[in-house]
Design a protein around this ligand. Structure first.
Ligand SMILES: Cc1cc2nc3c(=O)[nH]c(=O)nc-3n(C[C@H](O)[C@H](O)[C@H](O)COP(=O)(O)OP(=O)(O)OC[C@H]3O[C@@H](n4cnc5c(N)ncnc54)[C@H](O)[C@@H]3O)c2cc1C
Length: 423
């Protein structure tokens, strides 16, 4: 049987695309194929699952994040479906120099009510940490910078990525969508638009269509394809000569359960949110600390520049001791002795050109990728754009009524503001 739309990837992006394709027209037959045994088992499950509405420097990312977060809040509040969302806030700590580079955007966002700018003196009353490192040679070697400002994102916090994936899965099933799990896509099938019955078709001069996928469980045919294979997307596109200007990099999370009173006090920092917990905190070095209220643990991570592009997603404990621990302890001496209790790794699909997502159509195939480490919090909007492209709609309706050109995230002729808040 030939599906109207076959989607490769049951991560947040593939799910949001499927959901929106069916929402627009429930008559469309949709099949989602994934090599894992259920939805959201790729990088979606490995994420820190933070969400931040508008807390981006690119206005496109602001729009994608704001409307997606609104949609998730709508599910949780209005539909009464618990997505585990906690509005604990984001706290982006910056040195004076760093702040000056983004002061314009920060001031606009503050005026809009999306964030609050804390000065050092106010921060010192709320957060027990080291703020100044002048004359500290070790800090200089480690690239540790002073903390002069804190940008506190208001419509920001955590979501339960599994619950979000299950929400989409269940709605997709209700609307008649099908899943084919434990199925590895080995190749995208290319055929000429008009078959001439000659050997070695398609010849280089023939127009082509993507008519299905070859998998370890046989061939699946479809009239349209959506490739939402996360960090593995270019493995499927490279053999077709299609460039998605994005490549995968390993990103890791290390968790630690507080052992001392000072460490517990840091985890349950008061004054920023109603939950009485440390907000999702980003250090001037790019390292981040998430305080997980359900588990009572800290999560530490760092998105470094110089790392091979690769689909290797094995966590490495040494990475924490070499690259994370020395820096977080400089800022938070109370974390002295914090050893790894648990760890995992996943992939960021990084668009190094501008760090906005990448969504485009070639013939009858839509590609949705390049979320650059914030695909969950923009997932709904990316899914809506992919769905609009499937239906050849020039605009996608984002949640709340805002419209975006369906070609805004196209590769060719792209001109988007470069995102500076990539963590
Ligand atoms: C450590 C870490 C922290 C992160 N923190 C955040 C955060 O705080 N907030 C946020 O918004 N985002 C975060 N992200 C990024 C977020 O996880 C991704 O942007 C998002 O999950 C991407 O979704 P996706 O659907 O594109 O990819 P995935 O979730 O990886 O889904 C792709 C799916 O495709 C399947 N697949 C791939 N190739 C094939 C094939 N050949 N055949 C069959 N199936 C295939 C995979 O099995 C997978 O299920 C983080 C990521 C990591 C690794």
């Amino acid at each position: 049987m030939e599906a109207d739309v076959l989607i490769v990837g049951a991560g947040i992006i593939g799910l949001a695309a499927a959901y929106n394709i069916l929402r627009i027209n429930p008559e469309t037959s949709v099949l989602i194929v994934d090599r894992m045994g259920d939805v959201g088992q790729g990088s979606t499950a490995k994420s820190a699952a933070g969400f931040r509405a508008e807390l981006f420097t690119s206005t496109t990312n602001q729009m994608l994040s704001n409307t997606s977060v609104d949609f998730y809040l709508h599910i949780q509040k209005d539909e009464g479906y618990d997505l585990g969302m906690e509005l604990v806030g984001y706290l982006i700590l910056r040195s004076r120099d760093q702040f000056e580079g983004i002061a314009d955007v920060a001031n606009i966002l503050e005026k809009k009510g999306a964030l609050r700018i804390y000065r050092k003196a106010e921060l010192k009353n709320l957060l027990k940490m080291n703020y100044e490192f002048d004359g500290d040679e070790e800090a200089e070697v480690l690239g540790v910078k002073n903390v002069d400002y804190g940008l506190f994102g208001i419509k920001c916090g955590y979501i339960d990525a599994d619950k979000l994936a299950y929400y989409y899965r269940d709605r997709i099933k209700e609307m008649g969508g099908d899943f084919q799990f434990n199925t590895n896509v080995e190749r995208i099938i290319v055929e000429p638009e008009v078959k001439l019955g000659i050997p070695r078709e398609p010849r280089a001069w023939q127009k082509v269509r993507f008519t299905g996928v070859e998998t370890n469980r046989g061939v699946f045919k479809a009239r349209n394809l959506v490739i939402a294979a996360g960090g593995w997307t270019n493995q499927l596109l490279d053999p077709l000569g299609i460039d998605c200007i994005s490549k995968p990099k390993k990103r890791q999370i290390f968790t630690f359960r507080p052992k001392t009173e000072d460490q517990r006090a840091l985890l349950y920092t008061k004054g920023f949110n109603e939950e009485g917990i440390l907000p999702f905190t980003f250090l001037p070095t790019g390292h981040y600390i998430r305080a997980d209220r359900r588990d009572g643990t800290f999560w530490f991570s760092y998105s470094d520049e110089v790392r091979p592009f690769s689909t290797n997603d094995e966590p490495e404990e040494k990475y924490y001791y070499d690259n994370i621990y020395p820096i977080i302890v400089k800022y938070f001496p109370q974390l002295e002795g914090a050893r790894v209790d648990n760890m995992w790794a996943g992939l960021y699909m990084i668009n190094s050109v501008d760090h906005n997502p990448v969504v485009f159509k070639r013939s009858n195939m839509v590609v949705a990728t390049g979320a650059s480490g914030s695909g969950i919090l923009k997932g709904d909007a990316i899914g809506r754009i992919a769905a609009a492209l499937i239906y050849n709609e020039p605009y996608a309706d984002l949640f709340g009524g805002e419209k975006i050109s369906s070609n805004k995230l196209e590769v060719v002729g792209r001109s988007l503001e470069v995102e500076k808040f990539v963590f």
